[in-house]
Design a protein around this ligand. Structure first.
Ligand code: FNR
Length: 208
């Protein structure tokens, strides 16, 4: 009898564990990816596509549309355009955010800042607060978007987004950087994989 009770408890314990394990297995991390270029053949969009492929199966990367947002105007805070509502939902629903941006005139592109401003308002209703962030960037210049990324860090700090500090990735790009399948060369991919591993740990540690 005693044995059968223990066996019963043990079976229940196993069932509880397996349910929990199933929950963990089912957990997915949705990452909102924001590309700071609207250009059709954007290197940064290719970069965003390439890095997403290096994520683990439980990470779902979705590029967020920012090209149809109106210019931010504080007068519209009480009646946001549908594209603004969609952007805020995309950010709110995500467990993490990934910015992939070029550098424009030693800063971030206006389209990116416009999107950031939209989702930060109305005052007190920012969608960004607490979302773990990663940032990457590429440019054709030798410093590979370094100044833009530094400026973006400043903005993300103000928005209260825990942002991965290391490793940093400043990718200098040209037409040969991505092959016909959108892949980078093996050495670059190895480095990007290391960045992705850090980013995954960062999101898991900081997601709400
Ligand atoms: C640039 N570019 C550029 N590059 C850079 O390294 N530092 C810079 O300050 C600038 N400034 C700049 C301003 C503007 C208005 C443009 C259009 C471009 C070059 C830029 O890195 C290059 O065009 C990238 O290819 C842009 O990224 P996407 O569109 O390919 O993703």
């Amino acid at each position: 009898m005693r044995v059968s009770i223990e066996a019963d408890i043990s079976t229940k314990h196993c069932n509880i564990l397996s349910t929990r394990q199933q929950e963990i297995a089912l957990t997915q991390y949705h990452i909102a990816v924001i590309v700071g270029s609207l250009r059709k053949d954007s290197f940064n969009r290719k970069f965003a596509d390439a890095i997403a492929k290096l994520g683990p199966p439980d990470f779902i990367f979705k590029q967020v549309e920012i090209g149809d947002l109106p210019l931010y105007n504080q007068d519209d805070d009480d009646h946001p355009a549908p594209a603004v509502k969609r952007l805020k939902l995309d950010i709110s629903d995500a467990q993490g955010v990934l910015f992939v941006t070029p550098e424009y005139n030693r800063s971030i592109p206006g389209v990116l800042k416009n999107a950031i401003d939209h989702a930060s308002r109305p005052y007190g209703q920012s969608a960004w607060i607490g979302k773990p962030a990663g940032l990457l960037g590429s440019s054709i210049g030798a410093i590979g978007s370094a100044i833009a990324q530094q400026e973006l860090r400043n903005v993300l700090a103000y928005l209260d987004m825990p942002t991965l500090g290391q490793p940093e990735v400043f990718l200098t790009v040209n037409e040969a950087t991505f092959d016909g399948d959108g892949k980078v060369n093996a050495k670059t991919e190895e480095f990007l994989q290391s960045w992705m591993n850090h980013y995954v740990d960062w999101v898991k540690k900081h997601s709400l």
